[in-house]
Design a protein around this ligand. Structure first.
Ligand code: FES
Length: 117
């Protein structure tokens, strides 16, 4: 899925950049600017910033759950990212995504499937 149409960045590009960023000692907070820089791209209109923050947050959760990146590093970065996003449109996108994940877990459990930890 395209996240940034100006720089042509997909969610998979963001995931790849996060793996590289979070795999370094003293990893910086993966803000959209840091992630785009890792991809050797720059924001132009910044219209994608809220979607980029939501994508970064969700990708870190996925990377932690699958064990690709240290879950503690992801949790720490997610907490710092939430603080930065507080009161912004990005925060509302993250909250919606978290609510949707919660409802899909609840429906999977109701169907007798094991919910992910
Ligand atoms: S849509 Fe990402 S910088 Fe314009």
């Amino acid at each position: 899925m395209i996240i940034c149409s100006c720089a042509v960045i997909t969610d998979l590009d963001i995931e790849r950049a996060l793996i590289e960023i979070l795999d370094t000692p003293d990893a910086p907070l993966p803000t959209p600017g840091v992630v785009y820089k890792q991809l050797q791209k720059k924001m132009v209109c910044c219209g994608c910033s809220a979607l980029a923050v939501e994508t970064i947050y969700n990708k870190m959760e996925k990377l932690a759950e699958t064990g690709v990146v240290c879950p503690y590093a992801c949790a720490c970065a997610q907490g710092r990212l939430l603080k930065c996003a507080d009161g912004t449109h990005a925060m509302r996108l993250i909250e919606n995504a978290m609510a949707n994940r919660g409802s899909s877990r609840r429906s999977a459990t109701a169907n007798g499937e094991l919910a992910p930890a």
